[in-house]
Design a protein around this ligand. Sequence first.
Ligand SMILES: CC(C)(COP(=O)(O)OP(=O)(O)OC[C@H]1O[C@@H](n2cnc3c(N)ncnc32)[C@H](O)[C@@H]1OP(=O)(O)O)[C@@H](O)C(=O)NCCC(=O)NCCS
Length: 109
Amino acid sequence: MSNFEQHSYGLWLVFADVSYLAGFAGFLPSESAVPSLIYGIHPDVWGNGYATEAAGAVLRYALEQLAFPKVIADVDEPNAASVKVLEKIDMKQTRRSVVKGRPLLYFES
Ligand SMILES: CC(C)(COP(=O)(O)OP(=O)(O)OC[C@H]1O[C@@H](n2cnc3c(N)ncnc32)[C@H](O)[C@@H]1OP(=O)(O)O)[C@@H](O)C(=O)NCCC(=O)NCCS
């Protein structure tokens, strides 16, 4: 809630229907003051397009309504489903690095 007050963004909840909380999507503040996209969906409902729909919606909101020039995201390279989500919402990979032994891919809108 404090992120919504300070930055006009935060984490939104994703409902699969009115009573089924399926996950979340939204932004955390980054060191560079650019919103950093994150999302998570309950394993029971993976593969239904919820992450793609939710991440795409909050991305459009940040760019169009909040007028941020860009949004960033980082993902563990082996997390193929998450990489696919970022590609499907048309974010582009900008670099790769290994942090504490973990390969990370960096994306931006
Ligand atoms: C990543 C995550 C959010 C995806 O949620 P989801 O609602 O199942 O995603 P979607 O259904 O919108 O799309 C997933 C896509 O990845 C694809 N996918 C799934 N597993 C895959 C794999 N092992 N390799 C390649 N692609 C894969 C799906 O086929 C789908 O693509 P398609 O629609 O073109 O077929 C979910 O797995 C999750 O919550 N994981 C744990 C938290 C996490 O990793 N969050 C992201 C980091 S911020």
